[in-house]
Design a protein around this ligand. Structure first.
Ligand SMILES: *[C@@H]1O[C@H](CO)[C@@H](O)[C@H](O)[C@H]1NC(C)=O
Ligand SMILES: *[C@@H]1O[C@H](CO)[C@@H](O)[C@H](O)[C@H]1NC(C)=O
Ligand SMILES: *[C@@H]1O[C@H](CO)[C@@H](O)[C@H](O)[C@H]1NC(C)=O
Length: 182
Protein backbone atom coordinates (compact mmCIF):
# COMPACT_ATOMS: atom_id res chain seq x y z
CA UNK A 1 0.00 0.00 0.00
CA UNK A 2 1.18 3.46 -0.89
CA UNK A 3 1.82 5.95 1.87
CA UNK A 4 -0.92 8.68 1.82
CA UNK A 5 1.77 11.40 1.83
CA UNK A 6 2.86 10.18 -1.58
CA UNK A 7 -0.26 11.62 -3.25
CA UNK A 8 0.49 15.06 -1.83
CA UNK A 9 3.82 15.27 -3.65
CA UNK A 10 3.97 17.62 -6.66
CA UNK A 11 2.71 15.96 -9.86
CA UNK A 12 5.97 15.86 -11.78
CA UNK A 13 7.65 14.24 -8.80
CA UNK A 14 4.89 11.65 -8.44
CA UNK A 15 5.47 10.55 -12.04
CA UNK A 16 8.95 9.18 -11.32
CA UNK A 17 9.70 9.90 -7.70
CA UNK A 18 13.37 10.10 -6.82
CA UNK A 19 15.03 11.43 -3.71
CA UNK A 20 18.48 12.41 -2.48
CA UNK A 21 18.68 12.36 1.30
CA UNK A 22 21.24 14.53 3.01
CA UNK A 23 21.84 14.26 6.73
CA UNK A 24 24.39 14.29 9.52
CA UNK A 25 23.86 10.54 9.93
CA UNK A 26 24.34 8.78 13.24
CA UNK A 27 23.51 5.36 14.67
CA UNK A 28 19.74 5.89 14.72
CA UNK A 29 19.26 7.96 11.56
CA UNK A 30 18.05 5.04 9.42
CA UNK A 31 14.44 6.19 9.85
CA UNK A 32 14.83 8.83 7.10
CA UNK A 33 15.79 6.45 4.31
CA UNK A 34 13.50 3.64 5.48
CA UNK A 35 10.53 6.05 5.39
CA UNK A 36 11.52 7.20 1.89
CA UNK A 37 11.72 3.62 0.63
CA UNK A 38 8.46 2.69 2.35
CA UNK A 39 6.78 5.70 0.68
CA UNK A 40 7.77 4.35 -2.72
CA UNK A 41 10.53 6.85 -3.50
CA UNK A 42 13.57 5.76 -5.48
CA UNK A 43 16.49 6.72 -3.24
CA UNK A 44 19.23 7.90 -5.61
CA UNK A 45 21.73 8.20 -2.81
CA UNK A 46 22.60 9.54 0.61
CA UNK A 47 24.83 12.50 1.38
CA UNK A 48 26.68 12.96 4.66
CA UNK A 49 26.93 16.48 6.01
CA UNK A 50 28.86 18.19 8.78
CA UNK A 51 26.50 19.33 11.53
CA UNK A 52 26.37 17.28 14.75
CA UNK A 53 29.64 15.62 13.70
CA UNK A 54 32.03 15.74 10.73
CA UNK A 55 30.75 14.70 7.31
CA UNK A 56 33.16 11.75 7.06
CA UNK A 57 31.99 10.31 10.37
CA UNK A 58 28.35 10.91 9.32
CA UNK A 59 28.86 9.34 5.88
CA UNK A 60 30.40 6.24 7.44
CA UNK A 61 27.34 5.93 9.68
CA UNK A 62 25.16 6.06 6.55
CA UNK A 63 27.21 3.27 4.94
CA UNK A 64 26.96 1.12 8.07
CA UNK A 65 23.19 1.57 8.39
CA UNK A 66 22.63 0.69 4.72
CA UNK A 67 24.82 -2.39 5.13
CA UNK A 68 22.77 -3.65 8.06
CA UNK A 69 19.59 -3.15 6.03
CA UNK A 70 21.09 -4.97 3.01
CA UNK A 71 20.72 -1.69 1.14
CA UNK A 72 24.31 -1.12 0.01
CA UNK A 73 22.99 -0.70 -3.54
CA UNK A 74 22.26 2.90 -2.39
CA UNK A 75 25.42 5.02 -2.84
CA UNK A 76 26.76 7.36 -0.16
CA UNK A 77 28.53 10.61 -1.05
CA UNK A 78 30.51 12.51 1.54
CA UNK A 79 29.68 16.21 1.79
CA UNK A 80 31.80 19.26 2.54
CA UNK A 81 34.00 19.05 5.62
CA UNK A 82 33.49 22.65 6.71
CA UNK A 83 30.48 24.98 6.78
CA UNK A 84 30.67 28.01 4.47
CA UNK A 85 30.70 30.69 7.15
CA UNK A 86 31.36 29.21 10.56
CA UNK A 87 34.37 27.58 12.17
CA UNK A 88 35.30 26.19 15.59
CA UNK A 89 37.30 29.36 16.29
CA UNK A 90 34.38 31.62 15.37
CA UNK A 91 32.06 29.56 17.58
CA UNK A 92 34.49 29.97 20.53
CA UNK A 93 34.73 33.72 19.87
CA UNK A 94 30.93 33.99 19.79
CA UNK A 95 30.79 32.20 23.16
CA UNK A 96 33.39 34.56 24.63
CA UNK A 97 31.17 37.49 23.64
CA UNK A 98 27.68 36.11 24.28
CA UNK A 99 27.91 33.05 26.56
CA UNK A 100 27.67 29.34 25.88
CA UNK A 101 26.03 28.30 22.60
CA UNK A 102 23.05 26.06 23.32
CA UNK A 103 23.90 23.99 20.22
CA UNK A 104 27.60 23.48 19.49
CA UNK A 105 27.34 20.61 17.05
CA UNK A 106 30.64 19.61 15.51
CA UNK A 107 32.34 22.60 17.15
CA UNK A 108 31.83 21.08 20.59
CA UNK A 109 35.33 20.99 22.11
CA UNK A 110 37.20 17.71 21.64
CA UNK A 111 36.56 15.40 24.59
CA UNK A 112 38.53 12.12 24.47
CA UNK A 113 36.49 10.57 27.30
CA UNK A 114 33.18 11.34 25.60
CA UNK A 115 34.39 9.95 22.26
CA UNK A 116 35.81 6.82 23.87
CA UNK A 117 32.40 6.20 25.38
CA UNK A 118 30.55 6.54 22.07
CA UNK A 119 30.11 10.22 21.14
CA UNK A 120 30.63 11.13 17.50
CA UNK A 121 33.77 13.10 16.65
CA UNK A 122 33.76 16.87 17.17
CA UNK A 123 36.35 19.63 16.67
CA UNK A 124 39.92 19.01 15.53
CA UNK A 125 40.52 17.15 12.26
CA UNK A 126 37.41 16.58 10.07
CA UNK A 127 38.94 13.29 8.89
CA UNK A 128 39.26 11.92 12.41
CA UNK A 129 36.93 8.99 12.98
CA UNK A 130 35.54 8.10 16.38
CA UNK A 131 35.03 4.33 16.12
CA UNK A 132 33.29 3.74 19.48
CA UNK A 133 30.35 5.80 18.13
CA UNK A 134 29.58 3.05 15.60
CA UNK A 135 27.22 1.12 17.84
CA UNK A 136 25.70 -0.32 14.64
CA UNK A 137 29.14 -1.67 13.56
CA UNK A 138 31.85 -0.05 11.46
CA UNK A 139 31.03 -0.15 7.73
CA UNK A 140 32.75 -2.60 5.40
CA UNK A 141 31.56 -0.82 2.24
CA UNK A 142 33.16 2.36 0.90
CA UNK A 143 31.98 5.83 -0.05
CA UNK A 144 30.97 6.28 -3.69
CA UNK A 145 32.18 9.86 -3.88
CA UNK A 146 33.45 12.83 -1.93
CA UNK A 147 32.02 15.73 -3.94
CA UNK A 148 28.37 15.50 -3.08
CA UNK A 149 27.41 18.97 -4.36
CA UNK A 150 28.59 18.14 -7.89
CA UNK A 151 26.93 14.73 -7.70
CA UNK A 152 23.59 16.28 -6.64
CA UNK A 153 23.71 18.74 -9.55
CA UNK A 154 24.49 15.86 -11.91
CA UNK A 155 21.50 13.83 -10.65
CA UNK A 156 19.07 16.74 -10.86
CA UNK A 157 20.25 17.46 -14.44
CA UNK A 158 19.92 13.78 -15.35
CA UNK A 159 16.32 13.57 -14.07
CA UNK A 160 14.86 17.07 -14.61
CA UNK A 161 11.91 17.86 -12.36
CA UNK A 162 11.91 14.40 -10.80
CA UNK A 163 14.27 14.73 -7.87
CA UNK A 164 13.38 15.72 -4.33
CA UNK A 165 16.32 16.83 -2.23
CA UNK A 166 15.73 16.37 1.49
CA UNK A 167 18.18 17.79 3.97
CA UNK A 168 18.12 17.03 7.67
CA UNK A 169 21.62 18.40 8.13
CA UNK A 170 23.21 21.81 7.90
CA UNK A 171 22.39 22.70 4.24
CA UNK A 172 26.05 23.41 3.38
CA UNK A 173 26.00 20.91 0.51
CA UNK A 174 22.71 22.29 -0.80
CA UNK A 175 24.26 25.77 -0.71
CA UNK A 176 27.32 24.53 -2.61
CA UNK A 177 25.14 22.75 -5.18
CA UNK A 178 23.03 25.85 -5.83
CA UNK A 179 26.23 27.92 -6.15
CA UNK A 180 27.60 25.45 -8.71
CA UNK A 181 24.36 25.39 -10.68
CA UNK A 182 21.43 27.52 -9.51
C1 LIG B 1 31.47 -5.40 8.86
O1 LIG B 1 32.01 -6.71 8.97
C2 LIG B 1 32.36 -7.10 10.29
C3 LIG B 1 33.02 -8.47 10.19
O2 LIG B 1 32.18 -9.36 9.51
C4 LIG B 1 31.11 -7.10 11.17
O3 LIG B 1 31.46 -7.42 12.51
C5 LIG B 1 30.48 -5.73 11.14
O4 LIG B 1 29.28 -5.73 11.89
C6 LIG B 1 30.19 -5.31 9.71
N1 LIG B 1 29.65 -3.96 9.70
C7 LIG B 1 28.38 -3.69 9.46
C8 LIG B 1 28.00 -2.26 9.53
O5 LIG B 1 27.56 -4.53 9.18
C1 LIG C 1 20.30 -9.11 0.53
O1 LIG C 1 19.97 -8.80 -0.81
C2 LIG C 1 20.34 -9.78 -1.74
C3 LIG C 1 20.08 -9.23 -3.14
O2 LIG C 1 18.77 -8.76 -3.25
C4 LIG C 1 19.58 -11.06 -1.44
O3 LIG C 1 19.98 -12.06 -2.33
C5 LIG C 1 19.89 -11.49 -0.01
O4 LIG C 1 19.11 -12.63 0.34
C6 LIG C 1 19.60 -10.38 0.98
N1 LIG C 1 20.03 -10.77 2.32
C7 LIG C 1 19.29 -10.56 3.39
C8 LIG C 1 19.92 -10.96 4.70
O5 LIG C 1 18.18 -10.07 3.35
C1 LIG D 1 33.94 14.99 28.74
O1 LIG D 1 33.03 13.94 28.62
C2 LIG D 1 32.81 13.26 29.84
C3 LIG D 1 31.96 12.03 29.52
O2 LIG D 1 30.84 12.35 28.75
C4 LIG D 1 32.14 14.21 30.82
O3 LIG D 1 31.90 13.58 32.05
C5 LIG D 1 33.05 15.41 31.03
O4 LIG D 1 32.40 16.36 31.84
C6 LIG D 1 33.42 16.05 29.70
N1 LIG D 1 34.43 17.06 29.91
C7 LIG D 1 34.25 18.33 29.54
C8 LIG D 1 35.39 19.25 29.78
O5 LIG D 1 33.22 18.73 28.99
Amino acid sequence: MRDPHFDKLPFQVRATPKIIIENDWNTNAYITFLLAIDTGLDVLGLVGSTANSWSRQASLHALALLEIGNLSCIPVHKGADYPLLNSADLARTWETLHGQLPYQGVFKPFNATAEASGRDSSSGDPNRISRPAFLEGFPNSTLTGEHSAAWMVEQVRKHPGEVIVYSGGSLTNIALATRLDP
